[in-house]
Design a protein around this ligand. Structure first.
Ligand SMILES: Nc1ncnc2c1ncn2[C@@H]1O[C@H](COP(=O)(O)OP(=O)(O)O)[C@@H](O)[C@H]1O
Ligand SMILES: [Mg+2]
Length: 258
């Protein structure tokens, strides 16, 4: 397993280019995520945010440039090495990615499947120590009392917090979140992002999180980057930014597209 030393960024993208069917989606993107930081990836729909996140864990490979994720280049990894890398990188999706008919607890336990050899059937088939860790992570996201509830009976915000707990059970060094609050109401959005921010800080996990809402990016992230038309047009500490300035990124994109 690749090691990175303390000063190194957990993620470094260098001059990334990516096209689909001859259409350029990312064009000369360079980006670093420092260890332990929460970086918001903003930009209008179609800007290339999801594509960028997929490049980080090797779901896509770049046409040019290099990706270094936790010291590994996904394009140069064997399948086994890529699997090992993905175990170190958590992924949180807009649509939660939970199994609705299973309990919160069982969904969280599935976060550990990569480290267990056999498929599991039911909560009791998981080792006791792992079950204790799953309850602990559910407690940290405020859902220990709901652990036996079917996920499809939980609210959207609760489901996303279950997804965060599942990712935490995996013990990631980096969490990628692709518009994790795009399907949630404002109050639930704030709670999910605050939970992710608090726990990642406690555990020293770095986060790269795409967000549509300018205010949420500014209130949550240490650093804000913005993509527009596949190019990185902004990369600054959140404290140096205003919502008005960040919003011009979207307005300019609208003017260009319209
Ligand atoms: N697998 C793919 N095949 C073809 N085009 C794609 C694929 N993935 C994304 N795209 C295109 O790339 C562009 C950027 O998409 P995406 O990364 O999903 O943007 P965002 O997440 O910022 O909305 C879009 O025009 C989209 O249609
Ligand atoms: Mg997207």
């Amino acid at each position: 397993m690749a090691e990175i030393t303390n000063g190194d960024p957990v993620l470094r993208l260098s001059d990334i280019g990516k096209s689909f069917d001859g259409v350029t989606v990312l064009d000369g993107v360079s980006l670093e995520v420092p260890r332990g930081s929460f970086v918001a990836l903003t930009g209008p729909s179609g800007a290339g945010k999801s594509t960028l996140l997929r490049l980080v864990n090797g779901m896509h490979l770049p046409d040019r440039g290099t990706v270094s994720t936790l010291g590994e280049n996904p394009a140069a990894c064997s399948r086994a090495r890529l699997r090992a890398l993905r175990a170190r990188v958590g992924f949180v999706f807009q649509q939660f990615g939970l199994v609705g008919r299973l309990s919160a607890m069982e969904n969280v336990l599935m976060g550990a499947l990569a480290t267990l050899r056999l498929p599991r059937y039911g909560v009791m088939s998981y080792p006791r120590a792992l079950r204790a860790r799953a309850v602990e992570q559910l407690d940290r996201v405020g859902l220990a009392d709901q652990r036996f509830q079917r996920c499809d009976t939980l609210s959207g915000g609760q489901q996303q917090r279950v997804a965060v707990a599942r990712t935490l059970l995996q013990g990631p060094e980096l969490i990628l979140a692709d518009e994790p609050v795009a399907s949630l109401d404002p109050a639930a959005s704030v709670l999910v992002l605050d939970t992710l921010k608090r726990i990642s800080a406690e555990d020293g996990i770095s986060v790269l999180c795409s967000l549509h809402q300018v205010e949420l990016a500014l209130s949550t992230a240490d650093r804000v980057v913005a993509l527009r038309g596949g190019r990185l047009v902004l990369d600054e500490p959140a404290r140096d930014l205003t919502a008005a300035r960040l919003r011009t990124i979207y307005d300019l994109a609208g003017a260009r597209d319209g």
